[in-house]
Design a protein around this ligand. Structure first.
Ligand code: GP9
Ligand code: MN
Length: 629
């Protein structure tokens, strides 16, 4: 009746009803976190936009078929929402194509499906019933004429809505689609249906590359590794930590420039500075991450393979075959787990951790998170460690446990009562606050060490600490140059700022500061070496940092590098020691003039190495390789 009076075509009524239903489900059934008004707004808009995009397609059909099209779309759309809902009730996550076809998930769902559905779910189909009723009752009165004007209106409107939705989402979360960090973010920003389309495209692309790959490339890669990376010489430290627990602490956004440094005359990281004295500390250790940030650093340390140049490998290749540290340690009787108070689907961790062989993931559900004990990205580091200890005391030993901190994350917010040093004073609020959150994490780690000692775990463990990636981007170069007392941040300085702290603390062993170049790619071989685990022909691009025979460059993910003698950044070749420019604009030099270049040969090798690693991931090549030969 109403529809007839206000002359709304059926596809618009359907978009409104279906959009409203979807919004109610997003807002009140899925547990989607909303941090600000813009997110609320996007979440409200996108159900209507997505619904309109699909229902508006009906203008492409003659009048008779329109009603049928709308009915079936409403039904299929509701079934998709409902499937996601049932899946969500069990996994607190949205369906992805690979996960849907993963046997264990389906089996999990199958056994509990009756618990997951309820009679009131029928209400989810109320809009379908209304649309069905209207389309039958009013038939052609609610359809639009099959003409150019109607088509033009529907298409223009659809594109406008899509652009507005995408622009808002992009402003809220830059590079949303390229980085794909979290399914929840995707659904929140572009809607469930667009998310499914995106997932299908991503999955098909990955699958095509995988299907066309075969094992023929593996021997070349293996040769390269044997000739350029592996060394037969073992250092004296082989096996010094045999059978010990490994506690790996990933320090969010912690860069080396704060270590042994001060702000307003106060030490930024007093605990870590002291820890240098009784740890192996690597002062020229570089992060090698790209868009996948923390997850890229995890990927590097578990596999000694490079992350991808675009996107997060945790997301795009979460179900590849790997030969990761947790899997290797399992063979030695270790129990492995990750502690991180964020939702488990962030960076697709829940899926990737299974591929890496982790036994358990203590995600946000394992922690008591309240308004008082959280800030910024969630649970503060101090309660995070405090609450973790009880789990650590109950898991089987020896264990390999990775802790991922969160408080020192952009935008570096901190409650006043948690700040123990003053902010820096520059034009960058980000940098100003960074020192305070870095200090907070330093104190949290100090407390954690105390707790480890009290609980008796400390003595039987080695503790590895590593900064995951940079926290202060180039955008803050002006403030950074002021802090570092430089005229400007040159491309050389930029590379030096990619250093992150790396400590290996072995209780009872004297410390040593090591200035050889090192990177996240080296963590896996180094750790396995300390634990006394022989390399049986693993495919890794890093070397054991304690052996003399190390590879002489560290490749950054964008092709820049640091070698023993040079730093290559932004097309410029620098002397590593003095920072003097040796060769300018290498990228634009004609090939025949490159012969004498000192950086060019290393640049080529960096390229080769990165592309070998990419080939392994894109082709899922490790499935053809027999480890343990
Ligand atoms: C999220 C945390 C931070 O779980 O690891 O992620 P980041 O933005 O640093 O990659
Ligand atoms: Mn991080």
């Amino acid at each position: 009746m109403l529809a007839k009076k206000i002359h709304l075509p059926l596809y618009i009524i359907a978009s409104l009803l279906f959009g409203l239903k979807t919004y109610i489900v997003y807002r009140f059934v899925f547990n989607i976190s909303l941090d600000n008004v813009v997110q609320e707004l996007i979440l409200f808009i996108n159900p209507f936009v997505s619904a309109f995009l699909v229902f508006a397609l009906c203008v492409l059909f003659k009048e008779k078929r329109q009603a049928k099209f709308i009915r079936y779309i409403a039904l299929i759309g509701s079934i998709v929402i409902y499937f996601n809902l049932v899946f969500y009730r069990n996994f607190t996550d949205f369906i992805t194509i690979p996960v849907l076809f993963q046997g264990s998930n389906a089996a999990d769902l199958g056994s509990s499906v009756l618990d997951l559905i309820s009679i009131t779910d029928i209400l989810l189909f109320a809009d379908v019933a209304i649309i069905w009723y209207l389309s039958v009752k009013f038939k052609s009165k609610l359809t639009v004429s099959y003409n150019k004007r109607n088509k033009a209106f529907a298409i223009t409107m659809a594109i406008t809505l899509l652009v507005v939705n995408y622009a808002l989402a992009e402003a809220e979360r830059p590079q949303l689609l390229q980085r794909t960090f979290d399914r929840e973010y995707l659904v929140k920003n572009i809607g469930l249906f667009n998310y499914h389309i995106y997932d299908i495209v991503l999955h098909s692309k990955t699958e095509v590359q995988r299907v066309f790959a075969d094992g023929n490339d593996v021997p070349d890669i293996k040769n390269y590794i044997d000739e350029n990376i592996k060394s037969d010489v073992q250092s004296d430290l082989f096996g010094v930590a045999k059978g010990k627990n490994v506690i790996f602490i990933s320090l969010e956004s912690l860069q080396s420039f704060v270590i042994n440094n001060t702000v307003n005359g106060k030490e930024v990281t007093p605990f870590l500075n002291d820890l240098i004295g009784d740890s192996y500390y690597f002062e020229n250790f570089y992060h090698q991450t790209a868009q996948g940030k923390t997850s890229d650093s995890e990927f590097l340390i578990e596999n000694s393979l490079y992350p991808l140049p675009r996107g997060a490998v945790f997301f795009t290749h979460g179900q590849n075959e790997y030969n990761a540290t947790p899997e290797l340690l399992k063979e030695e009787g270790y129990y492995s787990s990750v502690f991180h108070a964020n939702n488990k689907s962030f960076w697709n961790r829940d899926v990737m951790y299974q591929s890496l062989g982790y036994d358990n993931f203590f995600d946000v559900e394992s922690y008591e998170v309240t308004e008082d004990n959280s800030i910024g990205w969630g649970l503060k580091d101090k309660p995070f460690f405090e609450q973790s200890i009880k789990y650590l005391q109950t898991i089987p030993q020896p264990f390999y446990s990775k802790f991922i901190t969160l408080t020192n994350h952009y935008p570096f917010e901190l409650a006043e009562e948690d700040a123990t040093i003053d902010q820096y004073d520059s034009n960058s609020r980000t940098l100003n606050q960074y020192f305070q959150t870095a200090r907070y994490t330093d104190e949290a780690v100090e407390q954690f060490f105390e707790q480890l000692k009290q609980s008796g775990i400390y003595e039987d463990s080695i503790i590895v600490l590593m900064g995951d990636h940079y926290g202060i981007s180039e955008f803050h170069n002006k403030a950074m140059s002021m802090y570092l007392d430089k005229d400007e941040i040159s491309p050389y300085d930029h590379i030096q700022l990619q250093r992150v702290p790396f400590f290996i603390h072995i209780p009872g062993q004297e410390g040593k500061t090591i200035s050889d170049i090192a990177g996240q790619i080296d963590v896996k071989p180094t750790l396995l070496h300390l634990l006394g685990i022989e390399d049986k022909g693993d495919i890794t691009f890093g070397t054991d940092l304690f052996s003399d025979n190390q590879k002489d460059f560290i490749a950054l993910r964008n092709g820049d590098f640091v070698s023993d003698n040079y730093i290559y950044s932004d097309g410029i070749c620098y002397d590593r020691g003095s920072g003097e420019v040796l060769e300018e604009s290498l990228d634009s030099v004609p090939e025949d003039e490159l012969e004498d270049s000192v950086c060019e040969p290393i640049k080529e090798q960096v390229r080769t190495e990165l592309s070998y690693s990419d080939q392994i991931i894109y082709g899922d090549l490790l499935r053809f390789y027999d480890f343990g030969q």
